[in-house]
Design a protein around this ligand. Structure first.
Ligand code: MG
Length: 218
């Protein structure tokens, strides 16, 4: 995929996504707020560039949107020791939609299986439209929203994150080495809902821009 501001192909070694990081979203899903950050992997092949078409897989009857602040890593880091070090590891910010096959996720939960399938289809991570450099944006209190066919579905503020951006990076870097260009989706506010073929989606974050994509049936 291409990312505005990058002349080369943008292929991160991994895309991470944080679960349950906004209280109101945890409540709408009927869960509990975790005491430590929870995160999982989405494959780099799930990334879809701005203006692309997200494909609904035939094996799912309930695919949902989750708009999230994306953090892009700027340098290799392992076991970040404090928040200052974590802030300095960030290259910039973008918008990502953590598309989720909710029925497959529920099935996986029931069977005690990982969420890999529910989160991992090609095009399940629309991303963009640009990278806002870390030195130009403070991500701690930004409006975040998502519309489907011009109807507002999600609206919130990054100020409502349970775990802050540096705390997420510290926790993740104690498990796996983060590499330059790695993408971290930092969790979604409330209002997640279904996507249907023909939908036009816009997802925005204050100070970054608006990501757009279409939805089509496989
Ligand atoms: Mg998510």
């Amino acid at each position: 995929m291409k990312l505005l501001g990058f002349s080369e192909e943008f292929i991160p070694s991994k895309v991470l996504a944080v679960a349950k990081n906004y209280r109101a979203h945890v409540a709408e899903m009927g869960g509990t707020v975790p005491s430590e950050p929870q995160f999982f992997l989405k494959p780099p092949s799930s990334l879809l560039e701005d203006g692309g078409t997200m494909i609904l897989p035939t094996c799912s009857g309930k695919v949902e949107h989750e708009v999230e602040l994306a953090v892009v890593i700027g340098r290799r880091c392992h076991r970040l020791s404090d928040e200052e070090e974590a802030w300095s590891a960030i290259l910039g910010y973008s918008v990502i939609v953590d598309v989720t096959a909710r029925d497959l996720q529920a099935e996986a939960r029931r069977e005690g299986m990982p969420w890999t399938v529910a989160k991992g289809f090609d095009t399940f991570a629309p991303f963009g439209p640009c990278l806002t450099p870390a030195e130009e944006l403070d991500p701690r209190c930004l409006a975040i929203w998502l519309t489907v066919n011009n109807q507002l579905r999600q609206t919130g503020s990054t100020a409502d994150m349970v775990f802050s951006v540096p705390r997420l990076l510290i926790a993740i870097s104690h498990v796996m080495t983060l590499e330059p260009m790695d993408v971290i989706a930092t969790g979604t506010p409330e209002g997640v809902g279904p996507l249907e073929a023909g939908d036009q989606v816009e997802a925005g974050i204050e100070g970054i821009g608006t990501l757009r994509f279409l939805v089509a049936r496989e």
